[in-house]
Design a protein around this ligand. Structure first.
Ligand SMILES: [Fe+2]
Length: 291
């Protein structure tokens, strides 16, 4: 049975977790398009399943101001007490008889230069529909590797709730030969997100309902240095900004009427506010309109 909290126990095994606790922003989904060098039509921005619709071009990667700052890896979180090594190699944790709302979690694994990482290991574990972890077997446990395009897809269920925590999925992510990132993924609009002291909004998936199930999207950024072939030379912080104003940045206070750019598109601020992670212009139509 579960103990009330699985998040504040010591990390077992002292794995080589990354411990970068810098305050950083998560830039989800659009990274997929960015890394693939695909122009993102403004009409598509904010569509939750965008990452799933981006084809793999295999072409030269193209950095943008959103993707070259090299300081925003996915934050680590505690492993909790329920990790078990040697999970099965599989991308689906469900079968026909599995009880629970079907959930597909997919996304990409990137390095610091936002280039996709192939053959990255992802080891997922979660509780069942009733909030119980399988500590004797391997139900709702499985590992997989990203494809050549850095993409992963997991078939599972929406995990249940248990005392002391909000809804979450545990995962370890590791680029070949690199340290392990241990973290957790969260669901938006969960009442307990506000009271769970471990919860981190930077780890929120983008989730939508699809038929009777749900789809979650999340892109991991590992603290892995990358060099990319760039026709314009090495990456710098002086990348030319697209027209339309400064690049949208977390922590900046924007006043009504201010113009910014985000992922190459322009937006105009509709009401004064301070930008927070997750409040990217395409995700907050109450705050921004397309220019
Ligand atoms: Fe847990």
């Amino acid at each position: 049975m579960d103990t009330p909290m699985d998040g504040d126990r010591p990390v077992e095994g002292a794995l080589q977790d990354e411990n970068d606790s810098r305050h950083i922003s998560r830039r989800p989904v659009l990274r997929a398009a960015i890394a693939a060098g695909v122009a993102v039509p403004a009409a598509l921005m904010g569509v939750p399943a965008l990452a799933r619709t981006i084809p793999s071009t295999g072409g030269t990667l193209e950095l943008t101001p959103e993707c070259d700052d090299g300081d925003d890896p996915t934050p680590p979180q505690t492993e909790g007490p329920y990790f078990k090594p040697n999970s099965p190699l599989r991308t689906s944790l469900v079968d026909a008889g599995t009880v629970g709302t079907r959930l597909t979690v997919s996304g990409y694994v990137f390095g610091l230069a936002c280039a996709p990482i192939a053959n990255a290991l992802l080891d997922f574990w979660q509780c069942d529909n009733n909030g119980v972890y399988d500590n004797t077997g391997f139900k709702f446990r499985g590992h997989q590797f990203t494809g050549a395009d850095g993409k992963f897809t997991l078939q599972t269920i929406v995990p249940g709730l248990y005392p002391g925590r909000t809804r979450h999925i545990h995962v370890k992510v590791q680029a070949p030969g690199r340290p392990i990132l241990t973290t957790q993924l969260y669901f938006p609009n969960e009442p307990r997100n506000n009271t769970d002291t471990i919860f981190d909004p930077r780890l929120l998936m983008t989730v939508r309902n699809v038929g009777t199930g749900r789809e979650g999207l999340y892109d991991f950024v590992l603290n892995v240095p990358q060099t990319t072939t760039q026709p314009t030379g090495p990456t710098t912080t002086t990348t030319t900004k697209p027209p339309g104003g400064t690049t949208w940045t977390v922590g900046t206070t924007y006043t009504t009427g201010t113009s910014v750019t985000y992922a190459g598109a322009g937006y105009v601020c509709l009401q004064t506010h301070t930008a927070q992670p997750g409040w990217e212009p395409p995700n907050t139509p109450a705050l921004w309109r397309a220019a």
